[in-house]
Design a protein around this ligand. Structure first.
Ligand SMILES: Cc1cc2nc3c(=O)[nH]c(=O)nc-3n(C[C@H](O)[C@H](O)[C@H](O)COP(=O)(O)O)c2cc1C
Length: 355
């Protein structure tokens, strides 16, 4: 009820202004410890990427673009927070307005364009995090807009060099629709070169490295990307980023024609299909992180059964509010138990599909 009212008020504000207010509140919560963190049920523990997650539920990249809101987000119940995307140099991103709500669809369109303060500032902030009780921190890296694709690998390597010491895992983001040409790096040749170089850099540092993919890859291209990721020795795949598609009824929304990536409920079928396919192709060789349109515990559960070892949310938090992680952590054990699973790990990829 309180959230319904707060959301009404927040949704009157410009979306970026609302985000800044939420970030401020999270910073205070994190600094003061003014929230008792929900304690996830033991059945939700996940061992993945060589790390112990106290639940599969994480904060997806883009919410914390290096402001380092990790303690506040951890206090909401997330087991892990993916900070980023961080680029080597600071950059302003696209001019506002660049974030739009489509409330009728529980969706967002964004073309932020990797606005962030760069490796140095982010690294400095991350280094001030107290390791104890901060949860797991992923760092998602990208290239600066003015770096041509031919030199993209230099940006990824420099971001890995600058931030690996502060990260429990690393993510190579090749799937944002808001950096021109970025998604071409998901094609076999460029992907092999870029991901291969990043894995070679991260391996001796002892950090798992994942690749985040778009939901707009054709099925065969997705298979190929999974093959390359496994061939290169990547530790996992994140499926998916936002979509440039405007599926179904979203297409007629006044905001649908805004350039950018669509997230939230209408993305769910596309992300789910990508996850299923990636899981089938990977056949257990590397874990898949499911993200895209997870709005509640039932969605998270379905994603786990479709093959996600971990799940992440972003847009769900905007519509569901700060109590959503707690709710998911409360409801997920029930869903597992009712289906006869004693742990979340047991349920991964157990979906039975007709036909
Ligand atoms: C405003 C906004 C900014 C985002 N920025 C990033 C980003 O910088 N890097 C990234 O890998 N994903 C970014 N994402 C994508 C999310 O991490 C996630 O993959 C996507 O939104 C789908 O999940 P959702 O439907 O739960 O939001 C962003 C999403 C939104 C809505």
């Amino acid at each position: 009820m309180a959230w319904t009212l707060a959301r009404k008020w927040l949704f009157h504000l410009d979306p970026e202004r609302a985000h800044a207010l939420a970030a401020g509140a999270l910073r205070v919560l994190g600094a003061t410890g003014g929230l008792s963190r929900p304690r996830p049920d033991a059945s939700l523990r996940v061992r993945c990427l060589g790390l112990d997650f106290d639940s599969p539920l994480g904060m997806a990249a883009g919410f914390d673009k290096g402001e380092v809101l990790v303690p506040g987000l951890h206090a909401l119940g997330f087991s892990h927070v993916e900070v980023g995307t961080i680029t080597p140099k600071p950059q302003a991103g696209n001019p506002p307005p660049r974030l739009f709500r489509l409330p009728e669809h529980r969706a967002l369109v964004n073309r932020m364009g990797f606005n962030n303060q760069g490796v140095e500032v982010c690294g400095e902030r991350l280094s001030r995090l107290v390791a104890e009780g901060r949860g797991i921190v992923g760092v998602n890296v990208g290239k600066n807009k003015d770096t041509p694709n031919e030199r993209a690998v230099d940006d990824y390597l420099s971001a890995i060099d600058g931030l690996h010491a502060r990260a429990d895992y690393l993510v190579v983001n090749l799937s944002s629709p808001n950096t021109p040409g970025l998604r071409e790096l998901q094609e076999r040749g460029p992907l092999e070169r870029l991901l291969g170089a990043c894995v070679d850099r991260a391996r001796p540092l002892g950090k798992p490295l994942l690749v985040k993919l778009a939901p707009d890859l054709a099925p065969e291209a997705l298979d190929e990307a999974v093959d390359v990721a496994i061939g290169c020795g990547a530790s996992g795949i994140i499926a998916t980023n936002t979509t440039i598609q405007r599926p179904g009824a979203v297409a007629s929304h006044p905001r649908a024609s805004e350039a950018g990536g669509l997230s939230g409920a209408p993305l769910a079928p596309l992300s789910l299909a990508s996850l299923r396919r990636a899981h089938a192709r990977a056949a257990g060789r590397i874990p898949i992180v499911g993200v895209g349109g997870i709005m509640d515990a039932a969605d998270a559960y379905a994603r786990i059964r479709a093959g996600a070892s971990l799940v992440q949310i972003y847009t769900g938090l905007i519509y569901g509010g700060p109590a959503l992680p707690r709710r998911i952590l409360e409801e997920l054990p029930e869903l597992l138990k009712n289906a006869g699973f004693s742990s979340v790990q047991e349920a991964v990829g157990t979906e039975i599909r007709p036909g």
